[in-house]
Design a protein. Structure first.
Length: 113
């Protein structure tokens, strides 16, 4: 389902692309919880790819600044209809101010070659 590649540290692989995600995957980020939004996204992508995020690098920072993503929705009331969409590992990731995270196959025009 996924195409991992060996990373610099041989104990860690790097997720290149997720294949076979035919339907949208939905996750929910709890802003009152201990995980950041970027951690929620990484966990969701790891779940889709069926990999362990502690041993597989999911290169979130190549698509979006994780710190900016984490702070963007801290005040959900200020931006209740906000959404950030980015593309990573062949997936389209949409994060919403209400904590909803939707992940699906990226349109072919946005896939990396």
């Amino acid at each position: 389902m996924s195409k991992p590649d060996v990373y610099e540290d041989e104990t860690v692989s790097r997720l290149l692309e997720v294949e076979g995600q035919d339907e949208a995957y939905h996750a929910y980020h709890d802003p009152a919880g201990s995980a950041t939004l970027s951690e929620t996204v990484i966990e969701a992508i790891a779940d889709i790819a069926d990999v362990d995020p502690t041993t597989t690098l999911i290169p979130l920072a190549e698509a979006v600044d994780p710190d900016s993503l984490d702070t963007l929705f801290e005040n959900r009331e200020a931006n209740p209809n906000s959404c950030v969409v980015f593309y990573l590992c062949g997936l389209e990731v949409a994060t919403y101010a209400d904590g909803h995270v939707r992940i699906r196959n990226a349109p072919s025009s946005t896939r990396e070659e």
